[in-house]
Design a protein around this ligand. Structure first.
Ligand code: FES
Ligand SMILES: [Fe+2]
Length: 360
């Protein structure tokens, strides 16, 4: 019997990786934003080149917060206190209006940012390492035939590791999400990605999902149920006890056949919507909203659990639980530097009762 792997972050409070810090439209040209993530104060702004820049918030001069009164000039920001000017791209001070020479050390730390799929993401590495994986382009984003993201953000009291464990948690689907049956469940751990494949039976309809984490904090789900949909789940730690949780849904913006409408009516009335609401195809937009709302509701069923649970370093597992130890081992790579990674081996495993008991 293999000894259970227990991985808890030792050296750092938060993992290394790409983290969502909002949607593209929240970052407007010329405006500053005060952010707090990873227990650090940060200033963000979008420059005239349309790039979003992130810098440590406190000015190296006398410590003013650059987001509170700082002025964006081109692709730089000027401190609100004595007007020192810092470049967005590298945090270097390029002007002190009242001094002939700029102090050599006049610089604030800059953070790497990427804008992808309508989201802004920042690279976090407490050891200062460079990104070693990418956030892939989602083919459906911005394409005709698909709605835009319906994105919401909430602050919840938990550590991100709790959310990530959902990948391996086979046993919660029936209890938390009221699935009648889970007919197939598989986890695939491959380098920086962790994928859950699930097929089951929901209310009135089958459901199948493929959900992939790219790194420790950004997950895309391909879901086929009432309609074809894409979900994004992302979480970014504010401090050790709380995080911002984003949940986005986009659905295929199609016209429904009469046959589909029968299923849609049943499903939506199950969600408590009045019959008239789903009577005709003219209500397409409202139907979309209702589907999105229903999907979001499903996700928030998980949130209720996360907010109130404790983390078990040594959980008491049994057959049928899913490969939670394997998930924890995969997640632990984001607390190490890439050179020390032990996760380079493709590790494909079904969470059958046998494979789970092998790990215990
Ligand atoms: S505190 Fe920023 S310029 Fe003085
Ligand atoms: Fe869940």
């Amino acid at each position: 019997m293999e000894k259970q792997t227990v991985v808890s972050p030792q050296k750092h409070k938060f993992p290394r990786g790409w983290f969502v810090i909002g949607s593209s439209d929240e970052y407007k040209k010329g405006e500053t934003k005060a952010l707090k993530y990873f227990d650090q104060e940060i200033v963000a702004f979008r420059g005239e080149d349309n790039q979003v820049y992130l810098l440590d918030a406190y000015c190296p001069h006398l410590g003013a917060h650059l987001a509170h009164g700082g002025k964006v000039e081109g692709n730089t920001i000027r401190c609100p206190f004595h007007a020192w000017q810092f470049q967005g791209k590298d945090g270097k001070c390029i002007d002190v209006p009242y001094a002939k020479r700029i102090p050599r050390k006049a610089c604030v730390r800059s953070w790497q940012v990427v804008e992808r799929n309508g989201l802004i993401l920042v690279w976090h590495d407490p050891d200062g390492g460079q990104p070693d994986y990418e956030i892939p382009i989602l083919a459906e984003y911005g394409k005709s035939g698909w709605t835009p993201w319906h994105l919401d953000r909430r602050t919840i009291k938990t550590h991100p590791r709790e959310i990530v464990e959902n990948v391996a948690d086979e046993a919660h689907f029936k209890v938390v999400h009221h699935l009648k049956e889970v007919s197939y469940f598989e986890n695939i751990y491959e380098n920086h990605t962790a994928t859950q494949i699930m097929r089951g039976m929901g209310n009135h309809r089958p459901i199948s999902t493929k959900a992939t984490y790219y790194g420790p904090a950004y997950q895309v789900t391909w879901m086929q149920s009432l309609v074809e949909s894409r979900l994004v789940n992302a979480h970014t730690p504010i401090d050790e006890n709380s995080l911002h949780l984003w949940f986005g849904v986009m659905i295929q913006n199609e016209d429904f056949s009469e046959e589909d409408m029968v299923v849609i009516r049943k499903s939506l009335s199950h969600m408590g919507l009045p019959e008239e609401f789903v009577k005709s195809k003219e209500n397409l937009d409202k139907i979309h909203q209702a589907i999105i709302q229903g999907t979001r509701q499903g996700y928030h069923e998980d949130v209720e659990i996360w907010e109130h649970k404790v983390y078990r370093e040594v959980p008491l597992l049994c057959a049928g639980d899913g490969p939670i130890p394997k998930l924890r081992k995969w997640y632990s790579q984001f607390y190490q530097q890439p050179s020390a990674k032990t996760q380079r081996v493709i590790n494909r495993e079904s969470a059958t009762a046998d494979s789970v008991s092998d790990q215990l």
